[in-house]
Design a protein around this ligand. Structure first.
Ligand SMILES: Nc1ncnc2c1ncn2[C@@H]1O[C@H](COP(=O)(O)OP(=O)(O)OP(=O)(O)O)[C@@H](O)[C@H]1O
Length: 143
């Protein structure tokens, strides 16, 4: 598997819990490298645009309210098989179903406030990275 990039959000609940460093350390220990990172307070428009695919779902309004409830950290992670590796580190969407030792099992309490987002495919990663980062904010390969 080639080196890939994926997109991560450390959501407002995890930022409020003061575990930005602990979550980022998990990425690094798993061989993923942070190649872009910033803290943002999302507007309603930005959060709704990011989750547009869920706009017809019953939880959409609550999701947008949660994602705008405090600052988030958006990151680009690079490494071998980065999309799948990050999904494995995150665990299941619902923390109650997340495997022991995953980020969501350890730091999240509910499906509404589940600590992290990670792209579900390379195509999503490319779209999500471009949504939040300009070309100049994305470092070239760091080695
Ligand atoms: N049934 C639900 N009730 C409440 N919130 C939900 C529900 N399903 C999903 N969500 C919220 O919407 C987000 C996006 O849902 P999706 O199905 O894309 O999950 P995911 O890919 O595991 O999560 P993410 O996209 O945040 O990485 C979830 O992370 C969660 O916060």
């Amino acid at each position: 598997m080639a080196v890939q990039r994926t997109f991560s959000i450390i959501k407002p609940d995890a930022v409020a819990k003061n575990v930005i460093g602990e979550i980022t350390t998990r990425f690094e220990k798993a061989g993923l490298r942070v190649v872009a990172s910033k803290m943002l307070q999302l507007s309603e428009r930005e959060a709704a645009g990011f989750y547009a695919e869920h706009s017809e779902r019953g939880f959409f309004k609550d999701l947008v309210a949660f994602m705008t409830s405090g600052p988030v950290i958006v990151q680009v992670l690079e490494g071998e098989d980065a999309v799948l590796k990050n999904r494995e580190l995150m665990g299941a969407t619902n923390p109650k179903e997340a495997a022991a030792g995953t980020i969501r099992a350890d730091f999240a309490v509910s499906i509404d406030e589940n600590a992290v987002h990670g792209s579900d495919s390379e195509a999503s990663a490319a779209r999500e990275i471009a949504y939040f980062f300009s070309a100049t904010e994305q470092c070239a390969r760091i080695r």
